[in-house]
Design a protein around this ligand. Structure first.
Ligand SMILES: [Zn+2]
Length: 205
């Protein structure tokens, strides 16, 4: 019988309009979808395919509740696209990709909240600034089910501005085995470490 794949496709299409779901071959349906570049175990494929909920980050309330009209006034076009519309800058294009200061702090390009310290940054070779940890509480995580995969989106805890995604278990030689993959556009940098003390109540190390 050669109509297996056709049947799966038909059922999948059909299921978008009815409550009927493919009875026997979820793995075949999953195989039709593109896999994420990085291995991520335990991805709820069926949830991603059939679930109706999307990222709830837009429903969260953040201390900084400026409307888009105000953000447009203070952000340039690219900053607005990435921070407020969850865009992504092209790999290797960002000004902080190969930026390796000895000290200082990376702040949110939208609201200036301190997010990462210079010593959180490491060279990942992925094309975007990479951090193995953030300033405590500065970054909030959400499940992101766009593009047919499940990823963990990270946003600024103060204004909800989109930073990028966090990936785990990739085997980098860092203390957390996590990679905060952040758009340079979402960040500013200050060599003055004191910003961290003022903004986060974190004691200086
Ligand atoms: Zn912010």
């Amino acid at each position: 019988m050669r109509f297996g794949p056709f049947l799966s496709t038909l059922l999948h299409t059909f299921s978008n309009f009815t409550r009927i779901r493919a009875p026997s071959s979820p793995t075949r349906i999953a195989a039709l979808r593109p896999l994420p570049l990085r291995s991520m175990s335990g991805i709820p494929f069926l949830g991603a395919l059939f679930g109706s909920s999307s990222s709830n980050s837009t429903k969260m309330s953040y201390p900084d509740q400026r409307p888009d009209s105000e953000w447009r006034a203070v952000l340039n076009k690219e900053q607005f696209r990435v921070l407020r519309e969850k865009g992504t800058e092209p790999p290797g294009s960002g000004k902080f990709d190969k930026h390796s200061p000895e000290e200082g702090v990376y702040t949110c390009a939208g609201c200036h909240a301190p997010l990462y310290k210079a010593n959180h940054k490491f060279k990942s070779g992925c094309g975007w600034p990479a951090y193995f940890d953030s300033i405590p509480g500065a970054v909030t995580r959400h499940e992101d089910r766009t593009l047919g995969m499940t990823r963990i989106e990270i946003v600024c805890s103060n204004c909800g501005g989109h930073l990028g995604h966090v990936f785990k278990g990739e085997g980098y030689a860092t203390p957390t085995d996590e990679r905060h993959c952040v758009n340079s556009v979402s960040l500013n940098f200050s060599i003055d470490d004191k910003v961290v003390d003022i903004g986060s109540k974190e004691s200086k190390v």
